[in-house]
Design a protein around this ligand. Structure first.
Ligand code: ADP
Length: 463
């Protein structure tokens, strides 16, 4: 069953139950109150007549008829019928004048009652409330007083009330069903739109589709906004993923094509040291690329765990400096500037990898007569490492993108320099995994400075 119908039925059901309870209570209270009023009226009448009848009786229960009781006021009460019956009599011994010639008992079955009782009987199609009170003299029942009032007015009133309650309740339920159905379908319309959009995305394979967001910003409105934001994000991720896959294929194809060329040369002309060296270089490049890809894939899925420990940054800097000297084949000057003694919490190997990525880049994009300077300073609560070069610099429009995977400012130059385009994205990931930051400042023709900031641990601050 659809949610809309379920909601409408549920609300209508609750309304029916509420109306039923409320209507029954109103009906019951009114009926009981009116009935009680009739009973009280009967009791009052019997109370006033009883002493008068007693005063006319002798000890044997015989009645002295003078003066005639029927002339007394209590017998004349409008709308109240009174009879007094002696045992074994077929006719009432006394009856109020409003009876005319009606001599039948108001309720003959109650005439043997030994205590006061109230009954409801039908006389000539009229509902009557009858009170029967036995009259005792010296413990002997000498007769029965009966008083009655018509319940017709009460019945009419309660019947009208029940008709009003039924018709009014029925109309209320019907209108609430129709209104509820309309409101529910209006309220749930955004969900239909979401479903339609989702189906359209599946059918057209188009992540650019969005759910129309022109409704009020209620719960469903914010759901629509969230879904659209989600689609936006999924679309971007999907796009990045596609580009990433295309980039990887491209990156792998280049060395493979080179290897294929060299293998063909060897096949044709036999062994050649140059070709073997070139193949080795391409294979090393592919191994490095696959290693970088694996690291990023593990980082993306959160499966890469850092080996945490206390890292003495000055030692780490020195080690990186010594290793970098070996890599420095183009003769760029590498200078170790100010190095403070600082300790951070982190993974020494990954931090070395980060620094070496930055230094290798600096070597690649700096002319042989240029300089690369490494410094380590204590700045506020941070250990700040700078890798500054006097190289070609990065144009301002490229700066926001250089940490993007496979992004290169100068495709040909970067490739010929042996870069995979992943170095800076890995460096940034390592910095962020250590709760640090990696920023860049650069001026074309003057040089580039990468600044790594790592949060100091307690020891580091008390250097
Ligand atoms: P690559 O392997 O191509 O060097 P990276 O992610 O390490 O990839 O760097 C991305 C791009 O940023 C490089 O292609 C280069 O254009 C630019 N870049 C990085 N470091 C420097 C630098 N020190 N000087 C100038 N350009 C740089």
């Amino acid at each position: 069953m659809m949610i809309r119908l379920r909601l409408t039925l549920l609300y209508s059901g609750i309304l029916i139950a509420t109306l039923f309870v409320f209507g029954s209570a109103v009906y019951g209270v009114l009926y009981r109150t009116l009935r009680l009023q009739a009973d009280n009226q009967l009791t009052d009448t019997l109370n006033s007549i009883e002493p008068e009848i007693r005063s006319t009786m002798n000890k044997q229960g015989e009645i002295d008829y003078t003066p005639p009781l029927s002339d007394r006021d209590s017998f004349q009460a409008a709308g109240v019928f009174v009879q007094f019956w002696l045992p074994e009599y077929e006719y009432p011994i006394l009856l109020s004048p409003n009876f005319g010639h009606y001599y039948t008992s108001l309720d003959h079955r109650s005439l043997n009652a030994d205590h006061e009782i109230f009954t409801t009987v039908w006389i000539h199609d009229t509902p009557m409330r009858v009170a029967t009170r036995p009259l005792e003299i010296d413990g002997q029942i000498v007769g029965h007083l009966q008083a009655a009032v018509s319940l017709q007015t009460i019945d009419d009133a309660t019947t009208k009330l029940s008709v009003i309650l039924l018709v009014g309740g029925g109309l209320a339920v019907l209108s609430s069903f129709l209104l509820g159905n309309w409101l529910a379908s209006r309220a749930l319309r955004p969900i239909s739109r979401i479903t339609e959009t989702a189906q359209a995305i599946v059918a057209a394979d188009d992540l650019n589709l969005r759910v129309p967001d022109d409704g009020p910003q209620d719960e469903l409105g914010s759901l629509v906004t969230t879904i659209n934001q989600m689609l936006e994000r999924i679309g971007k991720l999907f796009h990045t993923q596609r580009r990433f896959t295309a980039d990887i294929s491209h990156e792998l194809r280049t060395p493979l094509t080179a290897i294929q060329g060299h293998v063909e040369l060897i096949e044709r002309f036999g062994h050649d040291a140059g070709s073997i060296a070139a193949i080795k270089a391409e294979v090393n490049r592919m191994i490095a690329l696959v290693g970088d890809l694996l690291l990023l894939a593990q980082a993306d899925t959160g499966r890469y765990t850092l080996n945490h420990g206390s890292v003495e940054l000055s030692t780490l800097m020195l080690e990186t400096y010594n290793r970098a000297q070996v890599l420095n084949q183009r003769g760029v000057k590498l200078v170790l500037g100010e190095v403070d003694h600082l300790v951070v919490e982190g993974d020494a190997e990954r931090l070395k990898q980060l620094l070496s990525n930055l230094i290798v880049n600096a070597f690649k994009y700096t002319e042989p007569d240029g300089t690369v300077t490494l410094t380590l300073e204590h700045v506020d609560r941070w250990a700040e490492i700078k890798v500054a070069d006097t190289g070609i610099g990065i144009p301002a429009e490229h700066l926001p993108h250089i940490f993007t995977r496979f992004y290169r400012v100068d495709e040909a130059r970067a490739r010929s320099a042996g870069g995979s385009g992943l170095g800076l994205s890995i460096a940034l990931w390592i910095a962020e995994a250590h709760h640090g930051t990696l920023t860049v400042e650069s001026e074309v023709g003057k040089g580039t400075t990468f600044t790594l900031r790592l949060p100091l641990n307690h020891q580091g601050e008390n250097k």
